[in-house]
Design a binder for this molecule. Structure first.
Ligand SMILES: *[C@@H]1O[C@H](CO)[C@@H](O)[C@H](O)[C@H]1NC(C)=O
Ligand SMILES: *[C@@H]1O[C@H](CO)[C@@H](O)[C@H](O)[C@H]1NC(C)=O
Ligand SMILES: *[C@@H]1O[C@H](CO)[C@@H](O)[C@H](O)[C@H]1NC(C)=O
Ligand SMILES: *[C@@H]1O[C@H](CO)[C@@H](O)[C@H](O)[C@H]1NC(C)=O
Ligand SMILES: *[C@@H]1O[C@H](CO)[C@@H](O)[C@H](O)[C@H]1NC(C)=O
Ligand SMILES: *[C@@H]1O[C@H](CO)[C@@H](O)[C@H](O)[C@H]1NC(C)=O
Ligand SMILES: *[C@@H]1O[C@H](CO)[C@@H](O)[C@H](O)[C@H]1NC(C)=O
Length: 399
């Protein structure tokens, strides 16, 4: 499918590289900036595809039984998605990657921390999907999520936290429908999950069925948390490779976020854990709290923390916004979602910030793009988590 765009027969890896470069160049010309949107909320119209349904995960159950209902409902979609990922992986390294997945990953699942190992095994058993493939599926999101996250404070000290999750694998462009096949296949897997103990909500998340980590979550009344991918030379691949080779002192980021949502009880505690735990891959953690000034972006390498960028009303910093670039550096010119998002935040003003006005910002292209899978809106004080599946009809840039 890439060959058509960029000519000649090449090894799959270099075809992929060239394909991405073609797209980058293309998107510089195609990127149309649009005026900040208004009146988009409540979500409706062509950029809103559907609501996300709610499930309960009972943390009092044995880990292997927790996801039964979710998997039963989403099994067809999950099988399709896993097969698509596997087909794509097959194109790399002459299929050796798939051998690795089927051979080595089932063994590696046992080295994952509890309860994740048991939950993944449970999901494999219920879905009938081989264990190695479900494990791959869980690793997948650690590597391929490109996002926009924002934490903002209104004039009353209320903290809002919102994000667009863009599924950032630039593969499977569907020429007919002008969409990314993988992104489209992922949309039906989005679920809202209410994690309970003793029949009471502990935290809530927006998840992909089959994935046991957390990319978007809220602990009502206490804090909210999102993760954005951070691309870096010492990137995820190095850490993941180390982990596969048996050097396992780093933590998967989606597991760390779930751990703090499940067991940490304050903004400060979460901030410390997210800054100090060794990770498998670099990341940005975006954290919101329950009172004025509690909002930050934590820029992580695998080993340490480069920077914590916090709300500061005295400096007039009433929001912090993170895409996929260090906030003190310029974003890549062909992927600048930050400037348009900030322009719209600035236009909205602190006096008029709300979940509804942030939804407008996240509905403005290119903050909304072809890769955008869902938009989540969270408000810590009320415990609100709302998520919406998005579409970006043409004209719309690939990212
Ligand atoms: C989505 O949910 C909202 C609020 O619950 C409801 O008003 C709306 O009709 C739903 N939309 C669709 C397309 O299901
Ligand atoms: C385009 O979308 C339609 C409707 O969703 C679908 O039936 C068709 O298979 C898609 N085309 C391709 C090439 O996937
Ligand atoms: C939760 O509620 C169900 C029925 O509503 C009850 O059977 C169960 O014992 C409750 N669990 C706990 C831990 O309270
Ligand atoms: C949270 O703490 C409980 C009790 O110590 C433990 O059983 C559970 O595995 C922890 N959750 C995570 C995700 O680490
Ligand atoms: C904010 O969170 C802290 C720590 O979890 C908690 O003690 C406090 O009661 C919360 N404040 C409000 C207003 O909910
Ligand atoms: C938004 O406002 C901030 C603070 O005044 C300013 O630093 C930034 O340059 C503005 N950004 C845009 C894109 O308008
Ligand atoms: C504030 O936001 C509301 C809803 O998003 C909008 O209708 C209104 O025009 C905005 N007011 C200002 C002053 O921007």
């Amino acid at each position: 499918m890439f060959r058509k765009n960029c000519g000649k027969t090449m090894t799959p890896t270099s075809v992929h590289d060239i394909f991405i470069i073609c797209l980058f160049i293309f998107s510089r010309f195609a990127r149309g900036l649009e005026d900040c949107r208004s009146g988009m909320y409540p979500p409706k119209g062509p950029t809103f595809k559907s609501n996300v349904s709610w499930y309960t995960v009972d943390l009092d159950l044995p880990p292997s039984e927790r996801w039964t209902q979710v998997i039963k409902d989403k099994n067809t979609e999950l099988i399709t998605m896993v097969r698509t990922i596997k087909d794509l992986a097959n194109g790399f390294f002459n299929g050796k990657l798939v051998d690795l997945v089927d051979g080595a990953l089932p063994l590696i699942v046992d080295t994952l921390p509890h309860p994740f190992n048991e939950e993944i095994k449970g999901i494999a058993a219920i879905s009938g999907i081989p264990l190695g493939e479900i494990t791959l599926f869980n690793i997948f999101y650690e590597v391929f999520t490109v996002c926009t996250s924002v934490v903002a404070e209104d004039l009353n000290g209320n903290i809002y936290h919102a994000r667009n999750l863009d599924f950032g694998l630039f593969m499977g462009w569907d020429q007919q429908n002008k969409t990314w096949t993988l992104t489209e296949k992922l949309k039906p897997l989005v679920v809202n999950v209410n994690f309970q103990r003793g029949n009471k909500t502990v935290f809530k998340s927006t998840n992909f069925a089959g994935y046991v980590g957390i990319l978007t979550g809220i602990r009502p009344g206490e804090f909210s948390l999102t993760v954005n991918e951070r691309f870096n030379v010492d990137g995820g691949y190095v850490g993941i490779l180390e982990w596969i080779l048996g050097w396992r002192d780093g933590m998967w980021m989606g597991f760390l976020t779930r751990k703090v949502l499940e067991n940490a009880t304050s903004y400060e505690d979460v901030k410390d854990q997210l800054s100090q735990t060794k990770l498998l891959a670099p990341a940005y953690f975006i954290l919101g709290g329950n009172r004025t000034g509690q909002g930050c972006v934590i820029t992580r390498t695998r080993i340490n923390t480069l920077d914590i960028w916090e709300l500061d009303m005295k400096l007039g910093r009433w929001y912090v916004l993170e895409t996929n670039y260090d906030h003190w550096e310029k974003p890549l010119i062909f992927d600048d979602r930050r400037t348009p998002a900030m322009k719209c935040m600035n236009q909205t003003t602190q006096a008029n910030i709300s979940l509804s006005s942030i939804y407008n910002v996240l509905s403005t292209k290119p903050v909304l793009n072809k890769l955008t899978t869902y938009t989540s809106l969270m408000e810590v004080s009320t415990g609100t988590l709302e998520s919406y599946i998005r579409d970006c009809p043409n004209p719309c840039t690939p990212w």
